[in-house]
Ligand binder design. Structure first.
Ligand code: SF4
Length: 142
């Protein structure tokens, strides 16, 4: 299995993902990561970073050194990464078991926290991210 590396804010995106994304390749990559994370029968290490991760690598908005989704997006996504890493009490570049990251998210993130943690994200108004967090808190999965 490919080593799983996720940027901080994608630790929340994986719970809200419903098949939307920036391109077919991005959606395919995100779907494969999400399937692994939602599979209660598997556990594996995930390295948490603030910067381009395995999904950014296939994103059409990835520039040479910065996210180019829109003006200021690099700063914005780094802020989201910091928000989530800080809220979950994680250390950048450290690896954690998937089960631990999911448990921390369930324990520490309420749906309305996304208004702060994910402020300014274009996906937030769709409501699927809050729904995903609500579902995570309502069922006992790893
Ligand atoms: S929009 Fe930017 S941060 Fe988001 S996946 Fe694409 S390159 Fe990464």
């Amino acid at each position: 299995m490919e080593k799983v590396v996720l940027r901080g804010h994608h630790l929340l995106c994986v719970h809200g993902f419903r098949g939307m994304g920036y391109s077919p390749a991005f959606v395919e990559k995100m779907r494969s990561v999400v399937e692994q994370i939602r599979d209660v029968d598997t556990d594996f290490p995930i390295q948490v970073i603030r910067g381009f991760d395995m999904t950014c690598q296939v994103c059409p908005h990835k520039g040479a050194v910065a996210c180019e989704a829109n003006e200021g997006s690099e700063e914005h996504v780094q802020t989201l990464d910091r928000n989530v890493i800080g809220h979950l009490g994680l250390q950048e570049n450290q690896s954690y078991q998937k089960s631990e990251l999911v448990a921390l998210t369930r324990e520490k993130v309420a749906p309305d926290d996304l208004d702060v943690l994910c402020a300014g994200c274009s996906w937030l108004p769709y409501g699927v991210c809050k729904e995903g967090i609500a579902q995570l808190r309502g069922k006992d999965i790893r």
